[in-house]
Design a protein around this ligand. Structure first.
Ligand code: TYD
Length: 205
């Protein structure tokens, strides 16, 4: 029982500050937001990602994922009264999704990124909540994407670039496990007690 509970308390997720976050000097602010809510950063580094790493990171060979990317982008054309066929030459979700995937590889390898492993109760959902909606114009204020980014996939698609939304966070526990393994060696992940752990997580009275 206590073993199960302590495992839950140590749920790990993966997050990454994207090149626009690093170049805009938002690394400290993003790390601060993760730390002040009580989550523990147990691994962190700044690197230039390779194309191979980004291709392995995103499920690029999963047609359903590619289609979803295309669909997400397409859904924003209507709101701007833009005809995708006119601006992109197609309204096919798979074709658009494939172009987005290509732009994403270029963008994620264009500058330094800061991958990290974050630990805590419900860490996967907590960090997704901190990140906010994928599309900056839909991300709530108070979230990383909502507070610091302004972009629309329709405009990004027309300009043949990825949307600049600052931050990546694993969506599920399975995705987190895969991504942590991809970006970090086990010895790069630290174990330590943070001041305040007892107040946040133990019955001290
Ligand atoms: P996705 O996995 O749908 O979102 P999330 O990052 O919130 O899990 O999309 C992956 C990334 O693809 C997303 O962070 C930004 C980028 N993207 C674009 O560049 N253009 C687009 O039109 C869409 C839909 C996503």
């Amino acid at each position: 029982m206590s073993e199960i509970i302590s495992k839950i308390k140590k749920q790990r997720t993966f997050a990454m500050i994207k090149p626009d976050g690093v170049l805009r000097g938002l690394t400290g602010e993003i790390v601060r937001r993760i730390e002040v809510c009580g989550l523990k950063i147990v691994a962190l580094k700044m690197i230039k990602a390779t194309r191979e790493q980004i291709i392995a990171h995103y499920p690029m060979s999963d047609q359903a994922w590619i289609d979803r990317l295309g669909e997400k982008g397409l859904s924003t054309f209507e709101g701007l009264k833009l005809d995708p066929k006119h601006f992109l030459g197609t309204d096919n979700k798979s074709e658009i999704g494939r172009n987005v995937a290509k732009s994403l590889i270029d963008y994620m390898t264009s500058g330094p990124v800061v991958p990290m492993v974050i630990e805590g109760i419900q860490a996967v959902d907590m960090v997704r909540k901190l990140a906010g909606h994928t599309l900056p114009f839909k991300a709530d204020m108070g979230t990383i994407r909502g507070d610091f980014s302004v972009d629309s996939p329709a405009i990004a698609n027309v300009e043949n670039r990825a949307i600049h939304n600052l931050f990546h966070a694993s969506e599920t526990l399975e995705e987190a496990v895969k991504e942590i393994t991809l970006w970090f060696k086990p010895e790069e992940i630290m174990e330590y007690n943070r001041a305040g752990d007892d107040i946040m997580y133990s019955k001290t009275y």
